[in-house]
Design a protein around this ligand. Structure first.
Ligand code: ADP
Ligand code: MG
Length: 147
């Protein structure tokens, strides 16, 4: 699972506000295929584990509270050069700096509630995908189970 896969979450406030459909539309229009997808809610401990790399950052507590506050939509996406291509589609972490046409420019409310997560490397995409999805929940383009 290198190169052509990334992992995303549509974040709590964005799901609550009813924007998941519009965001999935943008993702598919940009050429990503949905390999796996679910709506689920992170417990506090799960959010702590997912964002463990940020545990020394000042916003960690706020981030964990926010990400466990309501359901998220998690998905594995497939496209050539998926990680970089998806980071370009979502835009900068701070929506004030996100480029026109990006998901965060359109849907983020703040640097914390910034609409979507996108993996930052192939290695983390694989780790994050496996945090949410079993191999039996991943599908190829013809509907066959992946891997
Ligand atoms: P990205 O999601 O763009 O990869 P980071 O990995 O740096 O950004 O941060 C993870 C998440 O933590 C961000 O998406 C955002 O929700 C939150 N975050 C980042 N920086 C801040 C900040 N300065 N204040 C509050 N929340 C932040
Ligand atoms: Mg990140």
């Amino acid at each position: 699972m290198t190169g052509n896969y990334t992992f995303t979450m549509i974040k709590p406030e964005t799901v609550i506000d009813g924007h998941a459909g519009a965001i999935l539309e943008m993702i598919q229009a940009a050429g990503f295929r949905i390999v796996a997808m679910k709506m689920t809610k992170l417990g506090k401990r799960e959010a702590e584990m997912f964002y463990e790399v940020h545990k020394e950052r000042p916003f960690y507590g706020e981030l964990v509270e926010f990400m466990s506050s309501a359901p998220i939509v998690a998905a594995i996406l497939e496209k050539e050069n998926a990680v970089e291509s998806f980071r370009n589609l979502i835009g900068a972490t701070d929506p004030a700096k996100a480029a026109e046409g990006t998901i965060r420019k359109r849907f983020a409310k703040s640097i914390s509630s910034n609409a979507v997560h996108g993996s930052d490397s192939d290695e983390n995409a694989a780790i994050e995908a496996s945090f949410f999805f079993a191999r039996t929940e991943r599908y190829t383009a013809n509907g066959e189970a992946c891997w």
